[in-house]
Design a binder for this molecule. Sequence first.
Ligand code: SF4
Ligand code: SF4
Length: 147
Amino acid sequence: MYGQGLIKGLRITLKHFFEKKITQQYPEERPNLPERFKGSLTLNVPKCIACGLCSNACPNHVIKIESQKDENNKKKLTGYKVMLERCLFCGFCVEACPTKALEWTKEFELTKFYREDVNLDLFKGYVPSPDDDKPAKPENEDTAQAS
Ligand code: SF4
Ligand code: SF4
């Protein structure tokens, strides 16, 4: 029948016209992101034991860790850089971290004017405190105690 496609199209338009609106008025309204959303990465420096598991787990060699040994022969983190421009957002690094020092944030506005600003220095700006010497507990230790 002539015009059948037009009628079909209009029917779909009308159906959506009376449905509940789902468009979010970003940026005026902030999006309600899912719990497991992978935005940017953040590092809780005192919890990091400089084990390098995150760096080893990364398939794209995105994470560069610097560390040195203290007077007790214990590794101390001295630098932590993430070349976010090469990140696949796969999450292997976060999963590999035994102390949950490395986590995802819900920050999704990651565009920058200069390319070099895309990369993250997660150690920069960190100020050591006396509490840092408390040993970080591996996450599965809690689980083991609970069971
Ligand atoms: S999310 Fe994947 S690609 Fe990105 S830093 Fe972590 S392991 Fe590497
Ligand atoms: S895996 Fe976790 S604790 Fe180990 S170096 Fe990476 S962020 Fe630090």
